[in-house]
Design a protein around this ligand. Structure first.
Ligand code: HEC
Ligand code: HEC
Ligand code: HEC
Length: 679
């Protein structure tokens, strides 16, 4: 039923109810029981099941777009700075001496990543929303060519070696990298990377590309004989305790010429690496990271035990050491961009949550490494006293610094101050501002923009340890389960929930106990997570406005948007809406997917029991999750026990409680999953 149809029907129904008086109440109850399959319902409104369509939801409406700077690129002569403005579909050229914008070019598709060739003639642009790389001619500042790559490309780098030239692209949406030849501009191969590859850098000789990923996999890639980690890991069984495995994200090392993977190095208990820089003078790659201890109870925030910022040093063989950026009582959350000068003297790391650039003296880091024994190096990331030996300054920026780049002579650092629409120019000798490139007014009049500032700000947590973004990058998931209420290790692990596509899905949390976002993000957050004062009411309202404006993630390739379902997806759709088995046995209403996951949001917003109670759960009823963009939020179920959608109906299906699946063949399961991936 569409919205108008429903209004008519409900108007008719209302008149009818008025006529029969109390009879209407009983009609409603019977009706709701019938269609939900629930014997008892409380607090159910008609639009739990009759939303009509999603057009009226805040995320479906147009909202203001800002000149939020993403990637930066400087020309080899240091005269020009290119700035990607993904929200405006523009690439801007600025003059570095005068800090003035010179020209703007339209580049459709959310330009986010940039790479400039040595001659400064071709600018390669990763267009995140349209799954393509655009080639911009810098003389005309005009798009010349375009090539399709994997989903949601966010970063790219040129590799020049005696073997030829390559362009390597990190596709954050399809978990792979596109390896392209330049003439002709063509994709050669698309090797798999870690989950959500987000940045890359090429070795000085052009032969290897190092790619870091934002999200961790729970099982780290293990070499035989590796017995580290928790003792009770039981992968590939129905035992939900495999969620107790500490996470690891992947540093993927590729041969640029062939695209073959040389190494997959784990970054243990670390994730959210958003940048990587080559340090040829030392034979290193440097990547910021968030050290995460999601398995300890969140009450440990008070002891600084949940999250801290650091960076990884990898040698060219992919051997990694992690070092801290934080201090024992002062944290610099959400390390994002990193830049290193040509001589390998200093690294500059932007902390998106704390609005500072940490300046790292790499000579001191090297000196420390030389004298530390292997065991000390391995545990260095835990020692927050260490950073004082090599972090030589913390320089304030504006709100949410993300991408950074140095001028070729190393004298100027350019910083994308994302939520203030400007690029800050720092003089690296004095570490003082040397100007700024204003792109717009900062967007302070837009509540969504103000809400994003609250969302990304670490100032709301104890000692500024983390922000909302530390667990919900891009308001999405980080793929981990956290222990919010328990006292012991792993007492009450709850899988992170995406905040994209949240509007209209109340109540919130896996237990469905929070009726509004104000409650979820206000008092609860203050009590459980921040260990400090609650977010002030005005900020909280902006925060909620921001959350409601986040659309569900896109999980199908740009070129396929608006196209009909494939035959397999369509067979899957029929299974999803099936009311009987092929031979005619009816599927009880309460066990049909569509009853609980009712379109258009694919939830009826009611609690249900589907046989997923774990040994530590106090109930078998959980909030029915919406399924928009579900392909992008693995792992699944309230404790994250299902690593893939398939596992929901293989490893973790019990007695046809979660939909009736026992009659499906393997192919039918594949069809159903193919359909779910289109939602
Ligand atoms: C638990 C889910 C649920 C709730 C809550 C619910 N409905 Fe329905 N309703 C359905 C389903 C399913 C149908 C079948 C048609 C469809 O799929 O839209 C339906 C159909 C209807 C129809 C068409 C006639 C019929 O009975 O088939 C009317 C009128 C209606 N609902 C009114 C209401 C009103 C008014 C309320 C609030 C008091 C309400 N519904 C609450 C699930 C629900
Ligand atoms: C330490 C990691 C972490 C941080 C920090 C964090 N969240 Fe969450 N968030 C989670 C987890 C895990 C869940 C699922 C918990 C549950 O359902 O009980 C969740 C659930 C939510 C939900 C409910 C979503 C739904 O569909 O039910 C909202 C809303 C939310 N978070 C918003 C925020 C906001 C706003 C902030 C910052 C003020 C924040 N979160 C900070 C981990 C985090
Ligand atoms: C009785 C209501 C009900 C029915 C019927 C049902 N589901 Fe669910 N579904 C749920 C609940 C409740 C959860 C969350 C369970 C948990 O977290 O332990 C869930 C979880 C899921 C998830 C994982 C969501 C996430 O974010 O982790 C997917 C996907 C899903 N269901 C798809 C389906 C499909 C496909 C069918 C039909 C084969 C189906 N469901 C039938 C209630 C239902």
């Amino acid at each position: 039923m569409n919205a108008r149809g429903f209004i008519l029907v409900s108007a008719a129904a209302a008149v009818a109810f008025a006529g029969v008086g109390g009879g209407g109440y009983f009609w409603s109850l019977a009706h709701e029981r019938h269609w939900s399959g629930h014997p008892s319902l409380s607090l159910v409104t008609c639009n739990h099941c009759h939303l009509g369509n999603t057009d009226k939801l805040p995320w479906a409406k147009p909202h203001p777009k800002h000149a939020s700077p993403a990637a930066l690129a400087v020309s080899a002569d240091g005269k020009r700075l290119y700035i990607a403005l993904d929200e405006l579909d523009e690439v801007v050229e600025a003059d570095t001496a005068s800090a003035q914008v010179l020209r703007r070019a339209k580049v459709p598709g959310g330009p986010f990543g940039l790479a400039l060739d040595d001659a400064g003639e071709r600018l390669y642009v990763a267009c995140r929303q349209q799954d393509r790389v655009a080639v911009v001619d810098t003389r005309e500042l005009k798009e010349l060519a375009s090539v399709d790559v994997g989903m949601a490309p966010v970063a790219l780098a040129l590799a020049k070696s005696p073997d030829g030239e390559r362009l390597i692209v990190a596709n954050s949406g399809s978990d792979d990298a596109s390896v392209l030849s330049l003439s002709p501009l063509k994709e050669i191969v698309r090797p798999a990377t870690g989950r959500e590859p987000y940045a890359l850098s090429v070795s000085d000789d052009g032969k290897l590309a190092f790619i870091v990923s934002r999200l961790a996999e729970r099982e780290k890639p293990r070499t035989s004989g590796d017995t580290s980690g928790f003792p009770f890991i039981v992968p590939q069984t129905a035992d939900p305790y495999h969620v107790m495995t500490p996470p690891a994200s992947e540093l993927t090392v590729l041969f640029t010429r062939s695209g073959r993977v040389f190494k997959r190095a784990p970054l243990d208990s670390a994730h959210l690496s958003e940048s990587i820089a080559s340090v040829p003078a030392r034979g290193w790659m440097l990547a910021p990271l968030v050290k995460v201890r999601n398995l300890v109870p969140i009450t440990q925030v008070a002891n600084g035990w949940v999250m801290s910022a650091g960076f990884a040093i990898s040698d060219l063989m992919g051997r990694v050491i992690q070092l801290p950026l934080d201090e024992a009582n002062d944290y610099f959350a959400d390390p994002s961009g990193i830049a290193v000068d040509a001589a390998g003297q200093r690294a500059y790391v932007a902390s998106g949550g704390s609005d500072v650039i940490s300046v790292v003296d790499l000579g001191r880091v090297a000196a420390w490494l030389v004298q530390a024994d292997a065991a000390t190096r391995q545990s260095a990331i835990e020692d927050l006293a260490l950073s004082s030996q090599y972090v030589i300054a913390r320089v304030p920026t504006g709100r949410n610094p993300r991408h950074v780049v140095l001028s070729p002579d190393g004298r100027k650092l350019f910083v994308s101050v994302r939520l203030e629409d400007k690029v800050l120019v720092l003089d690296t000798a004095t570490l003082k501002p040397a100007g700024e490139i204003a792109l717009d007014d900062g967007g302070g009049s837009d509540p969504i923009r103000r809400g994003e500032r609250v969302f990304t700000k670490a100032a709301h947590t104890f000692q500024r340890q983390f922000s909302c973004r530390s667990c919900h990058p891009d308001a999405h998931v980080d793929g981990l389960a956290y222990d919010f209420d328990g006292d012991g290790i792993g007492d009450n692990l709850l899988d992170n929930r995406s905040l994209q596509g949240l509007a209209g899905t109340a109540p919130f949390k896996w237990n469905g106990k929070n009726l509004t976002l104000q409650i979820q993000c206000g008092p609860r957050f203050a009590r459980v997570l921040m260990r400090t004062d609650a977010i002030p009411p005005d900020d909280l309202n902006d925060l909620v406005t921001y959350l409601m404006a986040q659309p569900p993630p896109r999980t199908i390739p740009f070129k396929r948007l608006g196209r009909p379902l494939t035959p397999s997806e369509d067979r899957g759709r029929k299974l999803f809406f099936a009311t009987q088995r092929p031979e005619g046995t009816p599927i009880p209403r309460a066990r049909q997917c569509q009853t609980c996951h009712r379109p258009p949001l694919f939830t009826n917003r009611l609690p249900s029991a589907v046989g997923t109670q774990g040994p530590r759960d106090s109930t078998d009823e959980f909030d029915t999750p919406h399924l928009l963009g579900i392909a992008a939020s693995a792992p699944y179920l309230h404790d994250g026990r299902a690593r893939t959608l398939e596992e929901l109906w293989t490893t973790y299906q019990t007695n046809d409680l979660h939909g009736v699946s026992s009659y499906w063949s393997k192919h039918q399961l594949n069809d159903l999953i193919a359909y779910l991936k289109t939602l």
